[in-house]
Design a protein around this ligand. Structure first.
Ligand code: ADP
Ligand code: ADP
Length: 214
C-alpha cells in the first residue's frame, strides 16, 4: 500500500505513521526526520536546510525532492507511508509523476483534521529523544521510565513563535494540496482529535474500506 499522511504540524502524522509501520509493516518515510538527522550530522544538506528549519519555513523543494524519491525507490516503490511529504504544489506534482512512471500511484492521502488550539497544546508538550528521534507527549504519551531523561528534549522549532510561523506556512503552502488530492479522488479526511488509539482506529477503517473496494 502507498499512503501519504497529511495534516498540520502536530496533527499526529508521525505518531500514526509509526503505528502503521509497527502494525502494518509499512515503511515510514518522514522528510522532517531525515532533515533533522542531516542537521545533527552537519551534512551538506543539513547545512543548507538549517536556517529554514530553525525559522519554521519550508526547506526549498529541490532539496527535499531527492530525499523523498530515494527513500521511496529504496522501498521498491511500495508499502510506504509518507509523513510530511509532499508539502507544496511542486512536490505533489513531482510525486505524482515519479510514481506514475513506475506505475505505482498512491492509494490514498489521509488528512488528519485537528483544530489549531489542539495543535498548539500538542506541540508545546511534544518531546523528542535526541538519539532515537522517538516522539513523546508529556501528558498523552510520556517517555517510559527506562528512558534516560537527559535525552528527552523539546525541538527548537516547537517554540511558540516558530510554531505560529509553521502553522501559517501550512495554511498558505500545504493545506491547498487537499484540493489537488480531492480532485484526484485520493483524499480521505480523518478526525485527528481524541486519543492516539481512537485516531488509529479511524485510519484503519479507511484502509479497510480501500481494501474492500480494491
Ligand atoms: P511536523 O511533524 O511538526 O509537521 P516535520 O518534522 O515534518 O514537522 O518537519 C520539520 C521541518 O522540516 C519543517 O518545518 C520544514 O522546515 C522541514 N521539512 C520537512 N518536510 C519538508 C518538506 N516536504 N518540504 C519542505 N520542508 C520540509
Ligand atoms: P506531526 O508528525 O503531525 O507533527 P506528532 O505525531 O509528532 O505530529 O504529534 C505531535 C504531538 O502530539 C506529539 O507529542 C505526540 O505524542 C502527540 N500526539 C499525537 N497524536 C495524539 C493524540 N491523538 N492525542 C494526543 N496527543 C497526540
Amino acid at each position: 500500500m502507498r499512503l501519504v499522511l497529511f495534516g498540520p504540524p502536530g496533527a499526529g502524522k508521525g505518531t500514526q505513521a509509526r503505528l502503521l509501520a509497527e502494525r502494518r509493516g509499512l515503511v515510514q518515510i518522514a522528510t522532517g526526520d531525515i532533515i533533522r538527522e542531516a542537521l545533527k550530522n552537519e551534512t551538506p544538506l543539513g547545512k543548507k536546510a538549517k536556517s529554514y528549519v530553525e525559522a519554521g519555513e519550508l526547506v526549498p523543494d529541490s532539496l527535499v525532492r531527492d530525499l523523498a524519491e530515494n527513500a521511496i525507490a529504496d522501498e521498491g516503490y511500495d508499502d510506504f507511508v509518507l509523513d510530511g511529504y509532499p508539502r507544496t504544489d511542486q512536490q505533489a506534482a513531482w510525486l505524482t509523476e515519479f510514481l506514475e512512471e513506475k506505475d505505482r500511484p498512491l492509494d490514498a492521502v489521509i488528512s488528519l483534521a485537528v483544530p489549531d488550539e489542539v495543535i498548539v497544546r500538542r506541540l508545546s508538550r511534544r518531546r523528542v529523544h535526541t538519539e532515537t528521534g522517538e516522539t513523546y507527549h508529556l501528558d498523552h504519551d510520556p517517555p517510559p521510565d527506562d528512558v534516560d531523561p537527559q535525552y528527552i528534549v523539546q525541538r527548537d522549532d516547537d517554540q511558540p513563535e516558530t510554531v505560529r510561523n509553521r502553522l501559517s506556512v501550512y495554511r498558505d503552502e500545504t493545506k491547498p494540496l487537499e484540493e489537488y488530492y480531492r480532485e484526484r479522488g485520493l483524499l480521505q479526511t480523518v478526525d485527528g482529535t481524541g486519543g492516539i488509539e481512537d485516531v488509529y482506529d479511524r485510519v484503519e477503517e479507511v484502509l479497510d474500506d480501500l481494501r474492500a473496494s480494491a
